[in-house]
Structure formats: structure tokens, C-alpha cells
Design a protein around this ligand. Structure first.
Ligand code: PLP
Length: 422
């Protein structure tokens, strides 16, 4: 974290040149599209991000130049594909700050990564009377797997509440954490509120009671430098498609000693050392957790996305988006009848709001007519909606290619909502 702060200071003192969104936008072919006759303004990045040409080209190159299965063939194409797949893992491990490459497992996404930990680590370690601690701002993907595990194991799910600003109530965290806690599962950044949680503090306290911490990084990894060792987490999960990479590929980071001791999640080809009808010896990390033919082009595309993010610099991405969010917060506050949902101490990526004049779905519809893509609904975080007493919210979420012009077009659209419905 000290490194990140130093990077931020460099950015603020102008040592690092700021991102040039105009140049970046040219890398994303889809951003030239029009929607209902208007230029596309894409503000649904928390749902999924658009893909730069470098990612599209890397996937096309795989299929046109070296398509083959990995880890199986002695032939040339298979060797090239295997090298690219292994290289993707090296890049992912470096991106997350893992100690060794085999601490990174390729999965289908954040959801599958959490399920892997719940099924494998959870079934091994969580017993009747134990507790699992989550927070009131989790995505359903970081709630339901723990609910199922608790039901199966006889453990209890405890939930750390959030305050009216959308911050975690850390006094409640301290109160709920105890020697029965086996695992804390917490989002790094809330997809419904944009709240950035104090992971280092949470991880240190969790370890002090002998439990492990899983961090849901689906909404942090695209927006800020992440280093799993600096965060002090035991598991970290994220999704390629929210990081400018393809769908269907995600990452699970786990500390090697934990992953090593965990049983397989799925079984079959590729995850074994030897099989007889009497006995199977499982493969070593990471193959133990990657049964079957993997999502090869997904890993290659994700590696290209990580290269792209690294080339821009995550510190510069974070600074650019911070500036944009500050600008958007004050512009949105000036729209009559609009209420921001939460005012977290630290925010990344997301601003959610409601309007007196219209339901979020109507807001989304009017904005869509203007070419502006936002999200309207519960954002797979129904407990957050309940906490704020609303059935749904409108959510604008930002990426490295968004500009103040995008925010201005959004705000214009919201004035149009008022004109139509108020
Ligand atoms: N966690 C958070 C915070 C999310 O925002 C999302 C997706 O929106 C997920 C988990 C699930 O990600 P995926 O659907 O890519 O598995």
C-alpha cells in the first residue's frame, strides 16, 4: 500500500503523465459505435468492460496461428499454445503480486473462484459451530456459496452491517470476529456502492483469530494496483471480463500452502499425476484445480488485457478514474431530485443513485435512447438495496476510457428524465 501511495503522490505532483483517454479510446473499436443514432457512452463497466484491439488480436492470433490443446501434445502447435497458456499464468501471478505462479488458478470468473474455495477449503475446514463472516455489501456470488457451505456444515453465517454512507461498520466487524470464525469473505470494492474496504486491517484482524480471509476483487482489480501480499489476503478472486479481457476466464489467487493442502474442486483429465481403478494421485498446483481442457484463448486474451493495463499503469488508471468520479459526484448532486446511494469514505469505479421522478429502469431506458449505457436493477446485491430501502438503483460505472464528456452526456440524459417524468 505504501508503494501505491507513493505512486499516487507522483501522479499528483505531475511526475507521471496522466492518462490520455482520447488515445486510449482509439484502442477500443466498439467505442466508435452509435446507439439509437447517438455516439455510445459506455458507463456499465462494473458489469463488463469493453475490449481493446490488443485483446481481440491476441485471441484471433491464437486461433489463426497456434490453436492446439495444451499440456498434451508433443507437436509444435501444442508446445506454442502451452507456452502461451503458461505465460498467461506468469503474467497473472505478477499482476496480483503472487509469490509463485502456481498460486494462480484459472477459473471461469470470480464466481467460480469463490465456489472453488467454498467447496474445497470450506468443506475441509468449516465444521458445526464454526462461523463465516461476510459483509452487508457483498455481491450474491460472495453470499450464496457461503450460505450453502453453512447449511451443509452446520456453521453460522454472520454479516457485518454497513452504515448510511455505505461504509463497513468496523466496530461491528471487531465485535463479530471471534475464535469461532473460520473464514472472512469480503469485497475489496462494492459493486453496488463503490465503497473501498480496509482490507489490510481486516486481514490482520482475521489472522489474529486464526481465520483466513478471501477478498472478492472483481471490482478492484480493474481500477487500482493490487498486491495480494501487501493486502495480506489468503485468497483473492477476480474476473477477466471486468478487466478488459474475455468472458469465461477468471483468477483465483491462493497462498501456496493453503492450495497445496486443499482437495480438488472438480476432477477428470489434466488434474492427475496417475490414475488406476484403485487409486488416483492428484497433480501438483496449479493443475490439481484445473480439470479438463482449460479456457486457453481466455487465458491468452486475459494476459493481453493485463499487458494493456500494465502499459497504461494501474496507478495512472486509478488517478484518472478518481478524478472522473469526483467530477461525476458533484455533477450528479446538481441534478434536481437525484440522490446518491451512499457516500463512502473511499470510492472506486461505481456511483449508484435514485431519482424522485423515475424508477431506475425508466432512467436506464431514457439514457439508452441517448446512447448512454448504465445499469438499472439490484446489481446482484439485493441485501444492499434492502439496507437502503430501495428495490433497485441506477448505476454508472467507469473505466479507463471514460471522459468528462461521458459524464456530461449522462447528466444531460438525467435532466431529460426529469423533463419527461417530473
Ligand atoms: N463480485 C463482485 C463484487 C462483482 O461485481 C461480480 C460481478 O458483477 C462478481 C463478484 C461476479 O463476477 P462474475 O459474474 O464475473 O463471476
Amino acid at each position: 500500500m505504501a508503494v501505491n501511495m507513493a505512486q499516487e503522490t507522483r501522479q499528483e505532483t505531475g511526475e507521471v503523465p496522466p492518462l490520455d483517454p482520447a488515445r486510449i479510446r482509439a484502442d477500443f473499436p466498439i467505442l466508435a459505435a452509435t446507439v439509437h443514432g447517438n455516439p455510445l457512452v459506455y458507463l456499465d463497466n462494473a458489469a463488463t468492460t469493453q475490449k481493446p484491439r490488443a485483446v481481440l488480436d491476441a485471441i484471433a492470433r491464437y486461433y489463426t496461428e497456434y490453436n492446439a490443446n495444451v499440456h498434451r501434445g508433443v507437436h509444435y502447435l501444442s508446445q506454442v499454445a502451452t507456452e502461451a497458456y503458461d505465460e498467461a499464468r506468469r503474467k497473472a501471478a505478477a499482476f496480483l503480486g503472487a509469490t509463485v505462479d502456481c498460486e494462480v488458478i484459472f477459473t471461469r470468473g470470480a464466481t467460480e473462484s469463490i465456489n472453488l474455495v467454498a467447496h474445497s477449503y470450506g468443506r475441509q475446514h468449516v465444521l458445526p459451530g464454526d462461523e463465516i463472516l461476510i459483509t452487508g455489501m457483498e455481491h450474491h456470488s460472495n453470499i450464496v456459496p457461503w450460505q450453502i457451505l453453512c447449511k451443509e456444515s452446520g456453521a453460522t453465517l454472520r454479516v457485518v452491517p454497513i452504515d448510511d454512507d455505505g461504509n463497513l461498520i468496523m466496530e461491528e466487524f471487531d465485535r463479530l470476529l471471534n475464535e469461532r470464525t473460520r473464514l472472512v469473505a469480503v469485497t475489496h470494492v462494492s459493486n453496488a456502492l463503490g465503497t473501498v474496504n480496509p482490507i489490510r486491517d481486516i486481514a490482520a484482524k482475521t489472522h489474529a483469530v486464526g481465520a483466513v480471509v478471501l477478498v472478492d476483487g472483481a471490482q478492484s482489480a480493474p481500477h487500482m494496483p493490487v498486491n495480494v501480499r501487501e493486502l495480506g489476503c489468503d485468497f483473492f478472486v477476480c474476473s477477466g471480463h471486468k478487466m478488459y479481457g474475455p468472458t469465461g476466464i477468471g483468477l483465483l489467487y491462493g497462498r501456496a500452502e493453503l492450495l497445496d493442502a486443499m482437495p480438488p474442486y472438480q476432477s477428470g483429465g489434466d488434474m492427475i499425476l496417475s490414475v488406476t481403478f484403485e487409486k488416483t494421485i492428484y497433480g501438483r498446483l496449479p493443475s490439481k484445480f484445473e480439470a479438463g481442457t482449460p479456457h486457453i484463448e481466455g487465458a491468452i486474451g486475459l494476459a493481453a488485457a493485463l499487458d494493456y493495463l500494465n502499459a497504461q499503469g494501474l496507478d495512472r488508471v486509478a488517478a484518472h478514474e478518481r478524478g472522473l468520479i469526483r467530477y461525476a459526484e458533484s455533477a450528479l448532486r446538481a441534478v434536481p431530485g437525484l440522490r446518491l446511494m451512499g457516500a463512502p469514505r473511499q470510492r472506486a469505479g461505481v456511483i449508484a443513485f435514485t431519482m424522485d421522478a423515475a424508477h431506475p429502469h425508466d432512467i436506464g431506458q431514457v439514457l439508452d435512447e441517448a446512447g448512454v449505457a448504465i445499469r438499472a436493477g439490484h446489481h446482484c446485491a439485493q441485501p444492499v438495496m434492502k439496507r437502503f430501502g430501495v428495490p433497485a438503483s441506477a448505476r454508472a460505472s467507469f473505466g479507463l476510457y471514460n471522459t468528462r464528456d461521458d459524464v456530461d452526456t449522462l447528466v444531460q440524459g438525467l435532466h431529460e428524465v426529469n423533463r419527461i417524468f417530473a
